[in-house]
Design a protein around this ligand. Sequence first.
Ligand code: ADP
Ligand code: MG
Length: 680
Amino acid sequence: MSELLTSIKGVGPGREKQFHKLGIHTVSSLLSYFPRTYEDRRKIYSIKELTVGMTRGIIGTVIAVGEKRPRPRLSILEIVVTDGTGSLKIVMFNQGYKKNFYKKGQRLYAYGKVEIGYGALQMNTPQMENLGPNQNPDTGIVPIYSLVDGVSQYIIRSAVRNWFSVHGFMDEVLPPSIGKKHTFMSRYDAFYNMHFPTSSERYEQARHQMAYEELFIMQAGLALLRNKAQNYVGHKMEPDGKLMAAFTEALPFTLTRDQQQALYEISCDMQDERPMQRLLQGDVGSGKTVVATLSLLKAIENGFQGALMAPTEILAAQHYEGIQALCHNLDITIALLTGSTSKKEKQDIYDRLADGTIQMIIGTHALIQDSVVFDRLGLVVIDEQHRFGVEQRASLQKKGIHPHVLIMTATPIPRTMTLSVYGDLAVSLIKKMPPGRKPVKTYVVDTSYTERLRKFFEKEMTVGHQVYVVCPLVEESEKLDLQAAEETFLELRDYFYKRFDVGLVHGRMTPSEKDEIMERFHAGDVKLLVSTTVIEVGVNVPNATIMCVVGAERFGLSQLHQLRGRVGRSDIQSYCILVSDSKTDVSQERLKLMETTNDGFELAEQDLLLRGSGQLFGVAQSGLPDLRVANIIKDIDILVQARQDVLDYAKEFGIEQLQTVMSSELSKRFGEKFIRILYN
Ligand code: ADP
Ligand code: MG
């Protein structure tokens, strides 16, 4: 079906260009352009039956047309229609050019919400269709597509309809046994009912089936990837040894039960010759780094090298310092490699990595450069994995002969999400925080609190604590956002002039400028730090007790939760203040949720419900297919079913068979990068 759009009756080069505007280039992408919503036009109502608030369709004849121009740039077109039972005013804004389209005596169909204007019933910009004297409107359940300028519902509807009218068949995608098991309709019927539902029940079935198909394909891809990884022969390690014991001995605390459990799972994996593929999940500050360090030591005591890759320089440096401090009593060689490591030092590190002198390397993307060659890489730890794509993850793995891989993430990922996006990984979970932490108190306020907030900052700083003020930076207007952050910085600097040092850090700064200011905050010289969103996820300043987020409604709940995790890192009471003037119910409700729950998982689920999975993970970047119909939260039952079906199918017919039957659809849906990993 990668046929040209122009093969459809009624679609010429002109229409084809219009479809391009919607990102539709082939027949198959047109057919997969599912409606945004539907209108139930199965019944035509009489005007007399209409009351305010209902959304209905009527047929009427135009009895008056007039255009008003209350202001130079505003034109209001008013059309009065009657159907013999009453009359209705139709109002359209700035569409005066349509005046001649609706002449007196013209019969038309209008579908829209009934409102009241000057005591009479009216519809504002309804869906309209002119009708001939005996012509009936498009009835049934009518698809409504998302549009861009210059493309009408009619253009899409008629092209799709014309395709279906000359074709009676579509290639199946799912294996026949699956279709039989679920008594699915033909794929042709499912697509047809997505566009032109023949009944609500049929539509529900079609939607269910399409969601299932998407999830089946995704799960099949993940199963193949997992299978590939499991067939590798990696490094089988010995049970926990002396280095790990010495480290644990010297720790100023004991590991929590969750940490012990996670470590146990990791150890078991590493003692198997199949390379580990494990996700270590835990809220910010839950103590993942300690577990990761122990895992790295396990590789080292078995004579291997370990690598830890972090997404930013600041994070890498902080890990380096933290881990070095934790390992102070051990006789091992640790190095840091980032983009800002000097050329000479880099070369030295390359040499010592290649000859095996460096046992543990911590760094950024710099670790995946071609010049980096390991002697015996046994374990790769990747921090904050969702910032790396599948491909980058693979590049570091390639540095060793199938090393074990541990991925750490502080974004709490609901179970549903681990099943789908991380379907190729086993999961260890650190759920409980180390003892002695006080939950952060969260408050939502508006900008009328600005003065009171400053007093509050002052109070905290006076007793030696520190404050973060975050101003959001959104890509569309980065410049303006930066100005806003700078303004906030200047105001606060003036306000606290000569009493407390205020710093500013933002995304336009060079890494070394950022590092310098972060360093000063870390050291406690800067007491209040204004920043755009560059406060890196893992930055650790236990002395900070206030996280104030300005324009909080612009962040996802998970992001806010991450920011909140910057404070409350000690036994001092900390606060998270969310400032927002947004009065919409949705944003108020979202922010209120931050006040009531500290559970990152719950917040992440809400995010997924409200904003879709892309927001949370950058699905595009991860190389996973886009979900057009399925919603990972709402369709969790379908997802679990599809996953089970994939596993059963592979068991019954073999994984190669799964790959064979799904291969064409897999290459269509998954990103190129993903495919490259799967098939190389
Ligand atoms: P994460 O990497 O999950 O954000 P870290 O490993 O950086 O968390 O730990 C956060 C802080 O908690 C660190 O200062 C660490 O030393 C401390 N910590 C970790 N585990 C424990 C524990 N079991 N008991 C007390 N403190 C701990
Ligand atoms: Mg951390």
